[in-house]
Structure formats: C-alpha cells, structure tokens
Design a protein around this ligand. Structure first.
Ligand SMILES: Cc1cc2nc3c(=O)[nH]c(=O)nc-3n(C[C@H](O)[C@H](O)[C@H](O)COP(=O)(O)OP(=O)(O)OC[C@H]3O[C@@H](n4cnc5c(N)ncnc54)[C@H](O)[C@@H]3O)c2cc1C
Length: 442
C-alpha cells in the first residue's frame, strides 16, 4: 500500500507561544538511508509520548521520531495550554456525558498529567507549569444554565468544584464580563510550546529525533518505507501520530472517520505595569467558556492575554490568510467585550492549529494495517488525551497489557462520516449554527 501525502504542515499564521520562546538549537534533519526498529511519525504530544514510552519499554531498540517542522511548531505548541483532567466533550453543551465513561476518561487524563508532571520535574522543563485548575465562565443565562449542568455533572462524579458569583469572577479575572463561574481544581496550565520543546529535548538516548524532515510518501509493507526529501527510513513497525494530517489517508480508512477542524489563538503584546494595575485580578488564570463554541481566555504571568475561539472545517489542513484575518477580527471583538478597560492593546500574534475530531469523540486507536499503529484523533484534547494515546499505543504495539490500555480499548470507535460534499456542507453549517447560538459567550 502506497500513501502519498497531499497535505503537509503549513505555517498557519504566527504562533505567540512558539515565537516568544528563544530560537531552538539547529535541527537534525534526516540525511541518507537509515533503519530503525520503530518509527513514530509526528513529534507532537502524541508522538513524543509514544516515542518516550517505546524507549522506556525497549531500551535497546532504535526509535526514530520524525516531524516535518520543529518540535512545538505544530498544533501541540499552539494550544491554549489546559491539561484538562475532567471530561471535556466539545460536542456537549455542558462538556460531560455518560457517567461511567466520564469516570474512566478522568482516570486516563490524570494518568497523562502524572506522566508529564514526572518528566517536567525530573528534567526541570521550564514551561510555566501551574497546578491552579481552570475556571468555567458564563456570560448570559444560557451559559449559566450550562454551568449549572456542568456543576451537577461534577457532583455526580464526586469531583470538587467551587461556584463563583460575578463579584468573585471579577476579583479573579479583573473584568465584570462574567455573571458566574465554576472553578475546578485538577487542571494544569502550561506554556504549550515550551512544554513540547522540553519534552523533545529530553527524550531518552535511543530516540533519534529528525526535525525539518517532511515525509512525502509511505509504502506500507515489510519493512515499511518512509520517503523524505533527503533520504529514506525503513522500519518493521510504524506508529502514526500525525493527527489531522492522517485524515487524508482513505486507504487506511481514516478519511472516512476523522474531521480536520481548525481552531485559532491570538496573543496580545505585554501589558505595561499601569495596564496590569488597571486590569487587576490574579496574575495568572485560565478560563473555559460555558459554551464550547465560546471564547477561551488566559491571562499569563508574563503580562499577556491569550484569546482562543472560532472553528473551521479545513480538509486541506491549512489556515488561509483570509480565514486568519477573519478570526483576528473575531478575537478582537471578544477581547474588547471582556477588557474595555484596556482599549488599544493589539495582538502581536494570531495563528491556527489543526484538531482531529470524530463525530462521536472516538479515536481510531490500534493496529490499522499490519504493523501500522494509529495514535491519532485525540479530539481536541492533546495535552492529556494525546499524551495518553501516545503512551498506550506504545504499550499496545509492544503487546503489553494494562488497566489503562483496557479502558482506552473499551472507548467507542469513531463513527463513519457521510461522503463529501454532504460532509463539508454538514460540518460547516453545524459550526456556523453553533457559533451563532453561542452569542455573546463568543
Ligand atoms: C488554538 C488551539 C487551542 C487548543 N487548546 C487546547 C488545550 O487547551 N488543551 C488541549 O489539551 N488541547 C488543546 N488543543 C488541541 C491540541 O493542540 C491538539 O489536540 C494536539 O496538538 C494534538 O497533538 P498530536 O500530537 O496528536 O498532533 P499534532 O500536534 O498535530 O502533531 C502532529 C505532527 O505531525 C507532523 N506531520 C504531519 N504530517 C507530516 C509529514 N508528512 N511529515 C512529517 N511530519 C508530519 C506535524 O508537523 C505535527 O507536528 C488546542 C488546539 C489549538 C489549535
């Protein structure tokens, strides 16, 4: 089977998380022909976790981890930095779903946080790691209703939370935009690009990281052959951790299951001490909108504000300049609604990043062709679900069983998509309708 990559990682705007870091040391692209016992394609959160776990399980094996760009440049370094421990179903108005499934998801998410926490501490990765939980904020009655349902869901799960009224929301965030909120303590906030860059820089010695190495074609066989611009890698076992870019492979069935959906972030310039005093509130917080189509906001201890909203369906896995312009304007409106006391604070960066969703939140986890394993489809929750998917695909492919693996294997498989053009029409109109419904939560 021959897999040709039509859609490759693009620039997708300027990511503030990545561009505010110091430049990375020079990369080591693949040159010439090599062999490896394992190849992991994609050095985002899923691929980094898969490669590390493989190295832990097989200390004498050679593992090649390949990415078209630098570590941290892709979606894994572009997210809002919420390591979410609780259920986070983007298709549900209150983020929660079936109780027993939610309890299992919490176990997986917390195991992922524990795994990353150990690495961050052991290697002293400087990624602004903050165990401060997340706020959910409501702006209007519909949002308040969703928060009530979310709180009820947490009570049913036995999870702690605190309800905040408008006054307490202002005391934390500095803005009187939110009518109420719920604080859930288990979420960790990070600087995502710094985290993934740190994970890449501290991989075990038997992992060879090839950055700036675009894979153009894969021939699935025995061995599998990955062709890049300057060489080939042959391997008996391949793990796909290329997330949304895997959704182009009809031959592996992924095209019919997964949806490449983009979401977008913007980062302001650094606020001056006077502006920070005018804003008030805590020096760092992270807020998830009561409506999943609303606006995520983070205030960073570095004195910047990060805004995230808008979803688009991008089967070509690319954020066009015109979409970025439209999103920038939407971010501007959302910023101005929340922070009228700080007019004229411009965004220095606006970017997009690819999510890989399925219609029912399932992931095509497992062996999808002989000795080809899939760790794609973390459904918008890369920091925990992506990490866990990567760790567990390494165990699965190594024939190692565990309780966590069994939990993951029991999760629903993705349901099939309708064919194009029905799919595109359906997804685009659903996104537009839901965005319109989100109203001022946006
Ligand atoms: C704006 C935004 C906000 C978000 N907020 C959050 C959040 O707060 N919390 C959370 O958990 N998640 C969040 N997400 C989702 C999260 O970022 C993704 O789920 C996560 O990055 C997926 O990780 P991954 O490793 O599976 O895939 P990716 O990070 O997409 O990694 C795939 C890698 O494959 C590489 N690749 C693709 N094709 C090729 C090729 N042909 N050759 C070589 N390499 C290739 C790419 O360069 C890329 O690095 C957000 C996403 C965005 C865009």
């Amino acid at each position: 089977m021959q897999l040709k990559f039509k859609f490759l990682p693009q620039d997708d705007g300027h990511c503030g998380w990545y561009e505010t870091l110091p430049p990375p040391p020079p990369s080591t692209p693949l040159k010439g022909d090599v062999k490896a016992d394992w190849v992991v394609l994609g050095a985002g959160l899923s691929g980094l976790a898969a490669a590390r776990r493989l190295a832990e399980l097989h200390p004498n094996a050679s593992i090649a981890l390949v990415d078209a760009r630098r570590v941290g440049f892709g979606a894994s370094g572009r997210n809002s930095g919420f390591m979410v421990d609780l259920p986070h179903d983007l298709t549900k108005h209150d983020y929660t779903g079936d109780r027993s499934a939610d309890l299992m998801q919490i176990r997986l998410n917390r195991a992922a946080i524990d795994y990353v926490r150990k690495i961050v501490k052991a290697h002293g990765i400087d990624c602004d790691w903050r165990e401060q939980g997340k706020l959910h904020g409501a702006v209007e009655p519909r949002g308040e209703q969703a928060l009530e349902n979310f709180a009820k869901g947490l009570s049913a799960l036995g999870e702690p939370y605190t309800v905040l009224d408008a006054r307490k929301m202002k005391a934390t965030t500095g803005t009187d935009f939110y009518r109420s909120g719920v604080h859930a303590p288990g979420c960790v906030l990070v600087q995502p690009a710094a985290l993934v860059r740190g994970l890449g820089a501290t991989l075990p010695e038997n992992v060879r990281l090839y950055e700036d190495t675009v894979v153009r074609e894969i021939v699935v066989g025995q061995p599998h052959t990955l062709t890049t611009d300057r060489g080939q890698i042959k391997t008996p076992r391949l793990i796909l951790a290329n997330n949304a870019y895997a959704a182009q492979f009809g031959q592996l069935g992924l095209k019919g299951l997964m949806l490449p959906i983009y979401t977008y972030g913007s980062l302001t310039r650094q606020l001056s001490p006077t502006e920070l005093a005018t804003l008030g509130g805590d020096e760092s917080w992270g807020l998830i909108p009561a409506d999943p189509m609303g606006t995520t906001v983070r205030r960073l201890a570095s004195g910047r504000i990060c805004i995230r909203n808008s979803f688009t369906y991008n089967p070509d896995v690319n954020a066009s300049a015109s979409t970025l312009e439209r999103v920038h304007a939407s971010h501007r409106r959302s910023y101005e609604r929340r922070f009228p006391m700080l007019p004229g604070v411009e965004f220095e960066y606006t970017w997009g990043g690819a999510l890989c969703l399925s219609r029912n939140g399932g992931a095509p986890f497992g062996e999808i062709a002989p000795a080809v394993y899939s760790a794609v489809g973390c459904n918008g929750l890369g920091l925990t679900r992506g990490t866990m998917g990567g760790m567990l695909i390494a165990e699965y492919a190594s024939g190692i069983d565990s309780e966590l693996l069994q939990i993951l294997l029991r999760q629903p498989k993705p349901v099939a998509n309708p064919p194009e053009p029905l799919l595109g029409i359906g997804v685009r109109s659903t996104l537009m309708w839901k965005e319109w419904q989100a109203g001022i939560e946006l």
